[in-house]
Design a protein around this ligand. Structure first.
Ligand code: C2E
Ligand code: CA
Ligand code: CA
Ligand code: CA
Length: 274
């Protein structure tokens, strides 16, 4: 039994070493990508009005095409970027790209993602307003999606940032609503314009209980005057139930995957001509 234990430890230990060195290598590669202005790109996922099906906005999503590993998932490199402080540079790139796109598409809104870490950084609000001004974009055309962990009670710096940006007209959404710390009481503390129902709930809507939860979330949000987006819409059944529940906007692979900037611009331009 002793030998087996030692073995297990040895295997586990070396696996951990490998993981850690992978992480350090990935961090070095990410720094290089940022330094050389290469490999990182912003994709845009279209969001549609649930009732008319018209294109309503785009969500900007960071993409990393690694020279040897290929596409690295944001679920992998965003947490790494947060731990290493590189997130500020990544989000500046995404925001710059989003504002450039907003300047080119006068009738559309764009959403960007921000973590608590970014909102708690003192210069964040001014940086956002500076980039908007540089591209001469109305602040109310930008929406910032924040994950609920950004709303833990002690994060007062986050609240200051939100109120500064909101007074300038920037809109806010709670991302991944229903997961983690999400409760409606928290929304009352921080003013937001929208909730985005997490895709895990949408994916379970074939189950009666989950469908009822989604319906209740939409009703409660509407009662509070909030807009609602459902994310991860993949089937016609989900779409029609969400329409029946009065959900405002739909996002998901059923409607469109995230697109390269030029494709998104073509789509948005065509949609506006209809
Ligand atoms: P998120 O903000 O919840 O973004 C939605 C994610 O769901 C995207 O994954 C999108 O590609 C994916 N998605 C969209 N429709 C569907 C669908 O119908 N089914 C399924 N299964 N997935 C769908 P992505 O692009 O891999 O991004 C993952 C997460 O990484 C994002 O989740 C966001 O939290 C984070 N992220 C991405 N870009 C940025 C960024 O620029 N800044 C920050 N702070 N976070 C980012
Ligand atoms: Ca998001
Ligand atoms: Ca989300
Ligand atoms: Ca997410």
């Amino acid at each position: 039994a002793k030998a087996a234990g030692r073995n297990t430890h040895a295997i586990f230990g070396s696996h951990m070493d490998e993981l850690l060195s992978d992480r350090r290598a990935l961090e070095a590669d990410l720094r290089l990508a940022l330094k050389t202005h290469s490999q990182l790109e912003t994709f845009y996922q279209p969001v549609f009005a649930a009732d008319t099906g018209a294109l309503s906005s785009l969500e900007a999503l960071a993409r990393w095409k690694h020279p040897t590993l290929g596409d690295v998932s944001p679920d992998q490199f965003i947490p790494l970027a947060e731990e290493t402080g590189l997130i500020h540079e990544i989000s500046a790139l995404v925001l710059e790209d989003a504002c450039r796109t907003l300047a080119e598409l006068p009738d559309i809104h764009i959403a960007v993602n921000a973590s608590a870490l970014e909102l708690a950084s003192p210069g964040y609000a001014l940086r956002v307003l500076g980039i908007l001004a540089k591209w001469q974009v109305q602040p109310n055309r930008l929406e910032i999606e924040l994950t609920e962990s950004a709303m833990t009670p002690e994060k007062s710096e986050v609240e200051t940032t939100i109120s500064t940006l909101r007074s300038a007209g920037v809109r806010f959404a709670i991302d991944d609503f229903g997961t983690g710390y999400s409760t409606f009481s928290r929304i009352q503390r921080i003013e937001v314009d929208r909730i985005k129902i997490d895709k895990s709930f949408i994916g379970e809507m074939h189950q009666g209980a989950s469908k009822a939860v989604v319906s209740a979330m939409i009703s409660m949000a509407k009662a509070k005057g909030l807009l609602v987006t459902a994310e991860g819409v993949e089937t016609d059944e989900q779409r029609s139930a969400l329409q029946d529940f009065g959900c405002d906007h739909l996002q998901g692979f059923l409607l469109s995957k995230p697109l390269p900037r030029s494709t998104a611009i073509t789509l948005a331009t065509a949609d506006q001509r209809v």
